[in-house]
Design a protein around this ligand. Structure first.
Ligand code: GTP
Length: 363
């Protein structure tokens, strides 16, 4: 990616509780969940690095202490990383304000802000260059989606200026939505109240528009996915493994599936559709696994079928069980004969006993 953005600084919002991804996020914050074999954030960090970002401040809150042991000072990634923690969550705006204390940027410098749960193929450098050329207060990445009624939408005028932040409605006026990647002029961040709970989406951006400050939209139709739900999370991991979004952070060559060193996949198992198998995870002969994420130590026994699902650390699907579009918490066990489908979630450590169907004539 071309880059003329030396020393660009960024803030990464990673303090949310990730409740829509329960029970996976009970033990691991969403940005650290294994996605195509590496913590989700590794993909974002690599793309930011490729766009010219060199210094990133993590805005942490929920399970804040878990981030630094994974990414350290960032030297291995060619980045300099800082960690700023909110004692109590301050919302997206409050988090940006708090993290900005660790920035070195001057008042007129651009600062990139990224939601820590978005996979995006857009050109970050182009977004920053638009921001600088137009001397905007904030430049928002907008993505065009087919089903805008599921989101709040963000209309712009002919000049690309954002005119409103509209709540979810059955008849949205545009198919452009907030994609969770912003370029702020540093002095605008400094206007956000300090140590207060503030939402950029509900307070900061509407306030800037109302006061006539230039808030720009940078609209694209490139790959974009918010991985906040289980279905989106497995889709993101699958898309990375299948190469639908390029990521410099992929841990090795991929094909139909990705098996990390230390995993065990039987040649007599069917593993496909972008499945990733983490270290210590096992797929036995005769098992079928499609489009799924198997976290460390997860096991799929022979004859079991796992589709579009996430198996938490040490979770086990026993012979003959079927798990489809489901989430198993860490250490959960699905006994033989069970069929879990359509959004079922099994809490960590829960064991579903063997199920056999006995008809009265069998008795
Ligand atoms: P849900 O609980 O499932 O809605 O997920 P979430 O907590 O991640 O919320 P949401 O998807 O709305 O958050 C968007 C981004 O902002 C995510 O990257 C969150 O980690 C981050 N975020 C949300 N609230 C806070 C906060 O209070 N502090 C910090 N530091 N980050 C936050």
């Amino acid at each position: 990616m071309e880059s003329s953005l030396p020393d660009l600084e960024a803030i990464l919002l990673v303090g949310g509780r990730g409740t829509r991804l329960h029970p996976l996020t009970l033990g691991t914050p969403k940005p650290l969940l294994p996605t195509a074999g590496v913590p989700f954030l590794a993909h974002q960090l690599a793309r930011a690095r490729a766009a010219g970002v060199r210094r990133i401040v993590f805005a942490t809150s929920y399970k804040a202490a878990m981030f630094e042991p994974v990414f350290g000072d960032g030297a291995e990634l060619g980045l300099s990383l800082e960690y700023m923690t909110e004692e109590t969550p301050l919302g997206t705006g409050g988090a940006i304000r708090n993290a900005a204390q660790a920035l070195g940027s001057g008042p007129s410098d651009p600062v990139l802000v990224l939601n820590g749960d978005v996979l995006s193929g857009h050109d970050i450098g182009e977004q920053v260059r638009l921001h600088l050329a137009r001397r905007a207060a904030v430049t928002l990445h907008l993505t065009e989606v087919e089903d805008p009624a599921r989101f709040g939408c963000v209309p712009t005028d002919d000049d690309g200026r954002v005119t409103a932040f509209l709540e979810k409605t059955p008849n949205p006026v545009t198919n452009r939505i907030n994609a969770g990647c912003y370029v702020f002029t540093r002095s605008v961040i400094d206007q956000i109240p300090r140590d207060e709970v503030v939402s950029v989406e509900r307070e900061t951006f509407p306030g800037l528009i109302e006061s006539g400050q230039p808030v720009l939209g940078y609209a694209t139709r490139t790959y974009w996915l918010d991985v906040g739900t289980p279905a989106a999370f497995v889709q993101g991991s699958r898309d990375l493994v299948l190469g639908r979004l390029e990521s410099p952070a992929l841990p090795g060559p991929t094909g139909e599936f990705l098996a990390l060193p230390g995993s065990s996949v039987s040649p007599e198992a069917k593993v496909r559709d972008g499945t990733s198998v983490c270290a210590g995870a096992t797929v036995d002969a005769g098992a079928t696994v499609s489009g799924s994420v198997l976290c460390e130590g997860a096991v799929v026994e022979g004859g079991a079928v796992v589709t579009d699902s996430v198996l938490g650390r040490g979770a086990r699907v026993r012979t003959g069980a079927v798990v489809s579009d489901a989430v198993l918490g860490d250490g959960a066990v699905v006994g033989p004969g069970n069929e879990l489908r359509a959004g079922v979630r099994v809490w960590p450590g829960v064991e579903l006993p063997e199920r056999s169907i006995r008809y009265s004539s069998d008795a």
